[in-house]
Design a protein around this ligand. Structure first.
Ligand SMILES: [Zn+2]
Length: 165
């Protein structure tokens, strides 16, 4: 993993609008060279490493949360902190906003492919953290938080698929 780069001031320009932003808006507003590749999917420059060709893929899940994947291996925690956001900002806080957009979870059936893609992404995140530790990097609180989030997301997917036995 890359050393953390801080971008002082990143995101502050949007703080006023923040309460009305959906997670995807908050993320896309802060990224450079955003390009929409498909409905609910974008690519952009990764803010967490020295990115010259857009290597960050961004997806909006049906429930409004944002999935980030850097093909150079930056973790979601690194990416959001480079944007001046936190992992919590990737989750919709206000579901009324979602139904206004017609993308609320009640409108669509459960999407297994979506859920499996999400789980695959979480597995990748976990592997990258393990690899970093294996290289001798310290297991910091942020990585532990990220692993807990991975577990939570997989739990969520299981619940959405019909509940925990
Ligand atoms: Zn990156």
């Amino acid at each position: 993993m890359q050393p953390q780069k801080s971008r002082p001031g990143a995101g502050t320009a949007y703080d006023n609008a923040r309460s009305n932003d959906t997670p995807i808006d908050a993320v896309l507003h802060r990224l450079d060279r955003v390009k929409r590749t498909a409905p609910g999917k974008w690519i952009a420059l990764c803010p967490a490493h020295d990115d010259r060709r857009p290597s960050l893929s961004i997806r909006e899940a049906d429930d409004g949360r944002v999935l980030l994947k850097c093909w150079s291996g930056c973790g979601a925690a690194e990416i959001v902190s480079a944007l001046g956001l936190s992992l919590a900002d990737l989750f919709p806080g206000d579901r009324r906003g979602l139904s206004d957009h017609g993308t609320g979870p009640m409108r669509r059936p459960f999407d297994y492919r979506d859920a499996l893609q999400g789980i695959a992404h979480e597995a990748t995140v976990a592997r990258l953290i393990v690899e970093a530790v294996n290289r001798g990097e310290e297991m910091d609180a942020e990585s532990l938080d990220r692993l807990a989030l991975a577990e939570e997301r997989i739990d969520d997917a299981l619940r959405a698929a019909g509940g925990v036995q």
